[in-house]
Write a protein that binds this ligand. Structure first.
Ligand code: GMT
Length: 383
């Protein structure tokens, strides 16, 4: 594909959509495309120097009248100036709220300046399944998805959910999440494993933003059950509203000595490299990027069978899936995976499955999609 200039709009935080957007931008830059990130702070995974990567900060002017500073307006204005000054070919916004509607506004303003900028919106999950379909946002989300020049969803399930809950007239293309296997490969960290599990305990890991949708309580309950059966430790990576309750739950169950809350980590792959099992009992998960990261480090997954997870975790092969909240089944399946006779095969399968989502396979799908959207947009103009 010809090299293009692309603006990426995302949340700069540790959340999945921000991670996907940042990793995509980094990979596009390595392919020679010029990538301009437009966000309110430096994306946490933008830890990489490349002559093709640029960052434009959205600054919000506060004013005593503004109880709610109008971020969307500041973002749209920044998109207008970056598209004009950097002569961008395309805007790719990640997470519909409020990025897709801000992009629509920017597009209309640019049109009045004689510039036609195609907009691609990628739907990530809670922007559709949780927040987006709420009546307080739904009309704007529907409108801005329909006004995008291209729309992608990170799983088939999310695509279906979007058609189910919104009146969508646009075609939605599924482009699954991906992993950089070079970065997320199991590292030799025997000393680290020894320090955490000095007596050869099994190491169980959970990563998330500790929101209600992640069912953190189930992570602790499953671990507590496993812990009653075999020597095990639990590492909890990430932070969020449910963390304090989870810590209290561990104290009540008297397992705090074997559970460590590590907070947000930059190099999550270092911890995953020494893990034996990953727990993802989420209520809803459009894809489950955190599970893919674990699998890339050869860690099998016990998950719920919700949303897009079945498109990633193969039941009985890369781990197991149980119904949401079925802690007993998750425990039973965890013990099967952790059985010393089974674990090596599950680990091998997890890695094999992760290889199907390597960035080298998914990046060309995005590039082809950009090409299609740009061609469609320019043919509309010349008509
Ligand atoms: O998990 C979250 O709530 C964060 C959210 C995000 O957008 O940052 O994650 C969603 O997008 C990820 C990347 O596409 C997906 O892997 C997650 O499954 C999805 N989360 C949910 O659907 C709950």
């Amino acid at each position: 594909m010809n090299q293009i200039k692309i603006g990426i709009v995302c949340y700069p935080t540790f959340g999945g959509s921000g991670v996907v957007a940042t990793e995509l931008g980094k990979a596009l830059a390595q392919e020679g495309h010029k990538v301009h990130f437009i966000t309110y702070s430096q994306p946490s995974r933008l830890d990489f120097l490349n002559e093709n990567l640029f960052y434009h900060e959205v600054s919000i002017r506060s004013y005593p009248l503004f109880e709610y500073p109008p971020y969307e307006l500041a973002l749209a204005s920044k998109m207008v100036s970056v598209v004009k000054n950097e002569k961008l070919d395309l805007l790719h916004v990640h997470y519909a709220i409020p990025h897709a509607s801000a992009a629509y506004m920017a597009k209309q303003i640019l049109k009045s300046h004689g510039i036609n900028i195609p907009v691609v919106t990628t739907l990530h999950g809670t922007d559709i399944t949780l927040v987006g379909k709420d009546a307080s946002y739904e009309p704007v989300v529907t409108f801005s998805i329909n006004q995008s020049d291209g729309v992608t969803a990170v799983s088939e399930d999310l695509r279906k959910e979007t058609y189910l809950h919104f009146k969508i007239t646009n075609e939605i293309q599924v482009i699954p999440n991906f992993i950089d296997l070079e970065k997320f490969k199991k590292q030799k960290k025997d000393h680290f494993k020894k320090a955490i599990c000095p007596n050869g305990e099994m190491l169980i890991v959970h990563t998330s933003n500790f929101r209600k949708v992640k069912r953190i309580g189930d992570v602790i309950k499953v671990f507590n059950n496993i812990h009653k059966e075999i020597p095990a430790k639990l590492l909890m990576i990430g932070d969020g509203p449910e963390r304090a309750t989870a810590e209290e739950q561990c104290r009540e169950l008297n397992i705090s000595q074997d559970v460590r809350f590590l907070g947000k980590l930059e190099a999550v792959e270092e911890v995953l490299s020494v893990a034996d099992l990953f727990l993802m009992p989420s209520e809803k998960e459009s894809f489950g990027l955190a599970a893919l990261e674990a699998m890339a480090c050869e860690v099998p997954v016990i998950s719920s069978n919700t949303g897009g997870i079945p498109e990633l975790n193969i039941n009985g092969v890369t781990g197991f899936m149980s119904n949401i909240g079925d802690v007993e089944d998750m425990t039973k399946k965890s013990l099967i995976v952790l059985d010393k006779n089974n674990l090596p095969k599950f680990k091998e399968n997890a890695l094999k499955r992760a290889q199907e989502f390597d960035i080298s396979r998914i990046l060309p799908l995005y590039e082809a999609y950009y090409q299609k959207v740009m061609e469609r947009a320019s043919s509309r103009i010349s008509v």
